[in-house]
Design a protein around this ligand. Structure first.
Ligand code: SAM
Length: 341
């Protein structure tokens, strides 16, 4: 299969599929508002429509799909979608990112349906902090959800932690220790100035070097894991061989190797988390356009791709949240919870 490449030579490989814009947490760095404009229900793609679009992307070389949201486990019967996608022979990796609140209940069915891997977002091990950060008191459910992942037979589990200064930057080692017990590899994510992060400031970003410094003080020498990968995380090894990752999208972006794109729950396709315009795939799909015509629409948009969103943000002298709240209210597609993160 011919690989479709963009203007920077990046292949189209990795699709993040948001299955809902709804979420059962209200994380301060992602959904800080009380009210949101939700995508109209009738515009949300049916599972069969998602499956058709995944076929279109598969024809063009996409072999990694990640289900996300909003909170993907709020989408009813998600295991049915997983079953449809897991049956595609070209799909090498089928994963899901979840906040874990509903995971204990769903992990066994998702595993049986053929989901390969699970990533759980967890920013703190302290219930009071979790409540302050997410404005919900479901911390115990998240921990229970995480324990249910290996019990259901999943391997390769990850924990994603957004590190925010004076919020959870004193818990990095505790999270690594906790990850060992799951077992799960912890990845620390730099706080990003994306849509939704309307309270973002550079002061709150704990960058990769600082994260490494904190962990070296606790563990001693940390070695980089040398690997050739398009994964967003740079991986590191502690003296006892525990591996963790850092996703430094804010201070050292990986635009050069980014092979990701994002499909919203209503079928708008975005090429970059910072991108302001997407391509509507729902319209042509529901209009009866053929799989080949959809593939050519996608391929031509990818071939014209030139964005390096996070690198461009890095060039700014005065950095503030990407999008202001009024604009987010006008176009919910600019929100992180719509676009999937
Ligand atoms: N609800 C699911 C979850 O919590 O994993 C999936 C959607 S959530 C938007 C995906 C990821 O984006 C989460 O790990 C979340 O912490 C991360 N995220 C949201 N806002 C962010 C920001 N401003 N900077 C960095 N990561 C962010």
């Amino acid at each position: 299969m011919a690989v479709v490449r963009d203007l920077h030579g990046r292949p189209l490989r990795n699709l993040r599929v948001s299955v809902t814009d709804r979420c059962n947490l209200r994380c301060q760095y992602c959904m800080p508002e009380d009210e949101y404009v939700w995508l109209p229900r009738e515009e949300i793609l049916q599972f069969e429509e998602i499956s058709t679009l995944v076929d279109v992307f598969g024809d063009l070389g996409v072999d990694k799909v990640r289900l996300t949201g909003g909170e993907p486990l709020l989408r009813r019967d998600l295991d049915r979608l997983v079953r449809l996608l897991a049956a595609k022979p070209g799909l090498r990796d089928l994963a899901m990112t979840t906040n874990g609140v509903l995971l204990a209940e769903h992990a066994p069915a998702l595993r049986r349906a053929g989901l390969h891997r699970v990533t759980v977002s967890l920013d703190t091990l302290r219930p009071d902090r979790f409540a302050a950060l997410t404005r919900r008191s479901t911390h115990a459910q998240v921990l229970e959800g995480l324990r249910a992942v290996p019990a259901a037979g999943f391997a390769g589990t990850k924990i994603d932690t957004v590190v925010i200064r004076d919020v959870n930057d004193d818990e990095l080692a505790d999270l690594i220790e906790f990850g060992r017990t799951v077992p799960a590899e912890v990845r620390f994510i730099e706080y990003m100035d994306v849509g939704g992060a309307t309270r973002w400031s550079m002061r709150q970003v704990v960058g990769r070097q600082e994260i490494l410094g904190i962990l070296e003080r606790r563990y001693g020498r940390i070695e980089p894991v040398l690997e050739d990968s398009s994964a967003p995380a740079d991986r590191y090894r502690l003296p006892d061989d525990t591996v963790f990752g850092i996703i430094s999208s804010t201070t050292a972006p990986f635009c050069a190797s980014c092979d990701r794109s994002r499909l919203t729950a209503d079928g708008i396709w975005y090429l970059c988390l910072y991108g302001q315009q997407g391509t509507d795939l729902r319209g042509p799909l529901r209009g009866g356009v053929s799989r080949e015509a959809l593939a050519s629409l996608v391929a031509s948009a990818w071939k014209d791709r030139r964005d390096r969103g996070a690198e461009e943000r890095l060039q700014l002298r005065h950095r503030s949240p990407l999008i202001q709240i009024a604009q987010l209210r006008e176009d919910p597609h600019l929100e992180m919870h719509t676009r999937g993160g």
